[in-house]
Design a protein around this ligand. Structure first.
Ligand code: SF4
Length: 351
């Protein structure tokens, strides 16, 4: 669903937070100029961003940045479950054209892939980065320069992939980059395994949240994500909090996302991901107009070969039943590429 400009303007006023508008000519047919201000810029103007950076950095001394709550002192070089050092380790940064269309636009999503991960799934599709920590350790100033570079080459947002364990570095780098002219929406692209207390520190900084919802059952989460049996309950609460902060997805007048939540759900073989429970929960917990991407691209990676029930790709039938459930429970803002894939499979089945 694309919002009309009128919807965007109305919702921006209702939000009353990070989306600001310049004067809007009243004459019909005259171009309406929209001046968008990222959330973190407003927080800086209020004099609050520096304090947030300081608070976030203090967390490194007894790291509880994620629900693993290791309590290690990363400032002193100790490492917890994620194995991440105190400095950010970055695998790559570049425009990414494989994200949802409202994020990609014409120039791509400005993606920064952080190494290490706090969830560590057995089927991880980025395992050399997430599990083995391949990448280069950098300073926060370097991270800020990467943000500026992505903006200079025309990317539409800063897409922070697996940001949870480096949240303090991100906040610091964002403030440095802001002083150098950063003016793009900040997107938190996360597994969804987030603590509420940490998300509250991100309020007024993050413009777009893109959480996964990987499973709905504790036993599945424990089995495939290194004992994280609390994943479903933790992630449900996290998504509700994200929604409270930024709401449903808002697009600018070019159809590019500027604020809101995108939930991703990867359909897995043999109903491992609990897709029916997932769409039912979305329909009940957040507005049905929430942008949901039901993804078909599961592939067998890393240690998934050791688990027979997930040691194959999904079938067309498994994807179609997932999309049927989304329709049955009334979700109205499904990713257009998923809808196209469903139409393709339906056409192939009926011909
Ligand atoms: S971010 Fe890493 S060190 Fe900190 S609590 Fe989570 S897993 Fe442990």
């Amino acid at each position: 669903m694309k919002l009309t400009r009128r919807d965007f303007i109305r919702d921006s006023f209702l939000l009353g937070s990070s989306v600001f508008l310049s004067s809007i000519p009243l004459h019909a047919g005259q171009k309406k100029e929209i001046q968008w201000i990222p959330a973190y810029e407003k927080l800086e103007m209020e004099g609050k961003l520096a304090q947030r950076v300081k608070q976030a950095y203090a967390l490194f001394e007894h790291c509880q940045l994620c629900p693993r709550k290791c309590g290690v002192n990363r400032q002193k070089g100790e490492k917890g479950f994620c194995k991440a050092p105190v400095k950010p380790v970055i695998f790559s940064y570049h425009p990414h054209f494989g994200e949802e269309m409202p994020l990609v636009g014409g120039k791509g999503s400005g993606t920064i892939f952080f190494s290490n991960c706090n969830l560590r799934c057995v089927f991880c599709q980025n395992w050399p980065i997430a599990h083995e920590g391949r990448g280069k350790e950098v300073q926060d100033e370097d991270l800020a320069d990467m943000m500026i570079h992505l903006q200079k080459i025309g990317c539409h947002n800063i897409n922070l992939v697996t940001p949870t364990h480096v949240m303090p570095n991100i906040l610091n780098a964002t403030r440095i980059a802001l002083k150098k002219g950063l003016h793009l929406p900040l997107m938190y692209n996360t597994s969804g395994y987030e603590r509420l207390e940490i998300l509250k520190m991100l309020e007024g900084i993050v413009d777009i949240y893109k959480p996964d919802m990987k499973y709905m059952d504790a036993d599945k989460a424990a089995k495939y994500s290194a004992g994280a049996s609390d994943y479903p309950e933790v992630t449900k609460k996290a998504i509700i909090e994200m929604h409270r902060q930024v709401g449903v997805l808002k697009l600018d007048n070019q159809g590019i996302a500027v604020r809101g939540v995108i939930i991703r759900h990867l359909v897995m073989p043999n109903r491992v991901a609990g897709t029916e429970k997932f769409v039912k929960w979305v329909a009940e917990a957040v507005p049905k107009s929430t942008y949901v991407n039901i993804m078909a691209q599961y592939r067998v990676e890393y240690k998934a070969y050791d688990y027979p029930e997930i040691a194959r790709g999904i079938t067309a039938q498994e994807f179609l039943e997932a999309m049927d459930w989304a329709e049955k429970y009334g979700l109205t803002n499904l990713d257009q590429q998923s809808v196209s894939l469903r139409n393709f499979y339906q056409h192939r089945r009926s011909s």
